[in-house]
Ligand binder design. Structure first.
Ligand code: BEZ
Length: 211
């Protein structure tokens, strides 16, 4: 069965551009993003990895380690890295896993045989410090992902882990959030001293709490 939210992200050992990696040890106590791309030296993938390299500071700010994966070799990854750096103007400092035997791809369900039985689709897994899978995404090869969206969901996960809130449609950092329905109005007065706007008894909007 496919990996689901709340599952423990499978551990593995694999070769990467940073040498042999034991995934769980490499993650340590950080959040993690593991993402697959179909093929090295392809245009959409080149733009995606360049964009990820540019977002290094944003991932670091959130305590997130990023790791890429494709079925190509470490040598290909290293050669392709130069193209990514040249086209994006950013250094690729996150590791890229070489998975020619599809070991990790199969463990994570990154091969969708009816799309391609040779190449991974564009999968993303966000993993929390307890190694739990918190977000899964699968995109087709023809559509580059939106890495701002991945950061946005990480912001939501980190906020909602800390406070009894949820984030509404298209929410962005700094915007109002929803007080979860399980919190009574009496408790909400203590937890959210800034107050709230009651749109419906089950939809109460409050300023984003700060840690
Ligand atoms: C690309 O990254 O451009 C790509 C990769 C595989 C199939 C189609 C497009």
């Amino acid at each position: 069965m496919a990996l689901q939210l709340g599952d423990i992200a499978p551990d593995f050992e694999a070769d990467s551009t940073a040498g042999k990696i034991n995934f769980h040890s490499w993650l340590g106590n950080s959040w993690g993003v593991i993402f697959s791309h179909p093929k090295d030296f392809t245009p959409v993938c080149t733009t995606e990895l360049g964009a990820t390299a540019k977002l290094k500071g944003e991932f670091e700010k959130r305590g997130v380690k990023v790791i890429g994966l494709s079925v190509d070799s470490v040598d290909d990854h290293i050669a392709w890295k130069r193209d990514i750096e040249q086209t994006s103007g950013a250094k690729v400092e996150f590791p890229m896993i070489a998975d020619p035997d599809l070991k990790v791809a199969n463990l994570y369900g990154m091969i969708h045989p009816n799309a391609s039985d040779r190449f991974t689709v564009r999968s993303v897994f966000v993993i929390d410090p307890k190694k739990k899978v918190r977000l899964t995404l699968n995109y087709p090869a023809s559509a580059g992902r939106n890495f701002d969206e991945i950061l946005r969901v990480i912001d939501s996960l980190q906020l909602t882990d800390q406070f009894k809130v949820a984030t509404p449609v298209n929410w962005k950092q700094g915007q109002d959030v929803i007080i979860v329905p399980s919190v009574s109005n009496d408790d909400a007065k203590k937890l959210f001293p800034a107050g709230w706007k009651e749109v419906k008894p089950y939809l109460r909007l409050t300023p984003q709490p700060r840690s």
